[in-house]
Design a binder for this molecule. Structure first.
Ligand code: MLT
Length: 408
């Protein structure tokens, strides 16, 4: 007889964005003429930068000739892309990383979900709350969560981030082994300053904890004092793994490419107290379970760093951030309390009139035909909040705000 991984049976219903899609499609089934504007899932709407398209076309042509054809590539990624990453994302900010510390992948969602493979089941986990659901769900699957009561997993430490604390999480009262931080934050769109992030690095050093730092939205940072990488903080190389993505930066949500940095100094312990570096373990995991990101995709990602690619990416980011401004100002003008949207493409708002997140979701869908994401779907401290994405098309963003102007 084969046995199931019973941890999966603990997971509630469906993944957040699948549940939203289900509700929208049910509504659409009953109201086929409803002109629905989707500002829910953070999926991009701008096409890939032309520099990436050109590079991918060239790579396709290479695959067409036996002289330049590529089969399996290195599981860690091609050197040309890794070199471009090291130079542009890190050396340009004064951070020195080794090529062997960068692992190219099919995206930050897979990597943040898979990283738990190399971490023991007994680890205690801390998350900021609200939080990207992948961090929690993947720990439930791995058996690290305990049981779900009143929207909280018993073995997970929740660090509330609400308007009351300016969305800056307090350090955990009880020591945790692993901490997930996502900055700029999904879903709140808020950030940590250098000083605030340093507190976490110091905490991890003092408590022998590991930080899993998701920087998928770093390209949207516009303010000076906001770190783009955790490695801008002294000592982070010993305690942090960083995840990056080309999805939100260069429109790769469908193409799939990201990377993970595992510095050689990051170590964790065996049960008997021996220190073990994580870099070779992640390498071993990837070589066993992953055959590398496609050559064509990696050539596209490399083109992001070309002068043309950089210019085009900046234009796309400016486009989305203008959407963010339109959303922020439109919502404020009708009295909503709004956060985020300055260093991130997400707008986080307080639901009006005491509505719960899901009540507001229904109101917005039924009355205004706008889809957003209920804050509580990201965790208990998201109750009473709601997320709108700035990744929509300009016209739809403007139309959504015209509809919201009639909110009463
Ligand atoms: C989101 O909407 O939070 C993100 O798009 C989901 C993701 O990046 O996987």
């Amino acid at each position: 007889m084969a046995f199931v991984n019973e941890n999966f049976l603990k997971l509630p219903g469906s993944y957040l964005f699948s549940e939203i899609a289900r509700r929208v499609s049910a509504y659409k089934g009953e109201h086929p003429d409803a002109d629905i504007i989707r500002l829910g899932i953070g999926d991009v709407t701008r096409p890939l930068p032309p520099a990436c398209i050109e590079a991918m076309h060239r790579a396709v042509d290479e695959e067409a000739s036996s002289a330049t054809f590529r089969g399996y590539g290195p599981e860690q990624g091609y050197d040309v892309l890794i070199e471009a990453i090291l130079q542009h994302d890190y050396a340009a900010r004064g951070i020195c990383l080794r090529p062997s510390e960068v692992f190219v992948s099919d995206g930050a969602k897979s990597d943040t979900g898979n990283i738990g493979d190399i971490l023991g089941q007994a680890n205690t986990v801390g998350v900021t709350d609200p939080v990207y659901p992948v961090y929690i769900d993947s720990n439930v699957m791995a058996g690290r969560s305990g049981d779900l009561t009143d929207g909280k997993w018993s073995r997970i430490t929740y660090l509330p981030c609400t308007a009351a604390n300016g969305f800056v999480p307090a350090l955990p009262e009880q020591r945790v082994d692993i901490i997930y931080l996502c900055y700029p934050n999904n879903p709140t769109g808020t950030t940590l300053t250098r000083t605030e992030l340093k507190k976490w690095v110091d905490y991890a050093k003092a408590n022998d904890s590991l930080i899993l730092y998701d920087a998928a939205y770093e390209a949207y940072i516009s303010e000076e004092d906001v770190p783009h990488s955790i490695y801008e903080i002294e000592g982070a190389r010993q305690v942090a793994i960083e995840f990056r993505s080309f999805s939100k930066t260069a429109g790769f949500t469908g193409v799939r490419c990201g990377y993970t940095v595992v510095p050689e100094e990051v170590t964790v312990r065996t049960a008997s107290g021996e220190r073990v570096p994580l870099n070779p373990l992640w390498n071993r995991r990837q070589c066993t379970k992953f055959n590398g990101t496609s050559y064509i995709t990696q050539r596209g990602a490399e083109a992001v760093y070309s002068p043309k690619g950089q210019r085009q990416v900046q234009e796309t980011i400016a486009y989305y951030m203008e959407n963010a401004r339109i959303l922020r100002e439109g919502l404020r003008s009708v009295g909503f309390q709004v956060y985020g949207g300055v260093n991130a493409p997400y707008i986080w708002l307080q639901t009006p009139q005491g509505l719960t997140s899901w009540q507001f979701f229904d109101e917005l869908l039924h009355r205004m035909h706008i889809v957003g994401t209920p804050g509580v779907g990201f965790g208990p401290s998201g109750e009473g909040y709601f997320r709108l994405t700035a990744f929509g098309q300009r016209e739809n963003t403007l139309r959504a705000m015209e509809r919201i102007a009639g909110w009463k």
